[in-house]
Write a protein that binds this ligand. Structure first.
Ligand code: DQA
Length: 147
């Protein structure tokens, strides 16, 4: 059974990028922890980071064919701009959790609107990389109930 983690633009720079907002963990370290957590629970976990909107959209579309059951997504700056990414998630109807490392509500006003939150199962923000682990543990529990 398959869970997909999507990381949006600039998250490839994690570790070096504005650590006061995003912490010191690299994306690779985060992904490795998530893969371990998923495999211990008997799930397959795929991760993808892209700076290109269409790559994320195409990957979401592929979920229909590859039976992805849950998505964890940090849309990064696309959170605040992308109707297209929103429509992709709405189109495939795969349940998802929206994660942000920083507390977007404590930052600039333009970060306080998300094109995703009303479609999400839930939203986690401000807990740093731990937010992904909490999202994954929820996804695992939820999928475990739907045998
Ligand atoms: C972010 C918050 C966004 O506003 C920002 O553009 C990002 C990262 C976060 O994880 O805190 O790139 O999604």
């Amino acid at each position: 059974r398959k869970i997909l983690v999507l990381h949006g633009p600039n998250l490839n720079l994690l570790g070096a990028r504005e650590p006061q907002h995003y912490g010191r963990d690299t994306l690779d370290a985060i992904n490795q922890r998530l893969k371990k957590q998923a495999s211990q629970a008997g799930f397959e976990l795929e991760t993808l980071q892209s700076n290109a909107e269409y790559v994320l959209i195409d990957r979401i579309h592929a979920c229909t064919g590859d039976k992805t059951e849950f998505i964890i997504i940090n849309p990064a700056a696309f959170t605040h701009t992308s109707v297209a990414l929103r429509d992709a998630l709405a189109g495939v109807k795969v349940p998802f959790i929206e994660v942000h490392l920083s507390n977007v509500h404590a930052r600039e006003p333009f970060r306080q609107h998300s094109y995703f939150s009303d479609l999400a199962v839930g939203v986690i923000c401000g807990l740093g990389a731990h937010g992904y682990e909490l999202a994954l543990s929820h996804a695992i529990a939820r999928l475990g109930e739907q045998v």
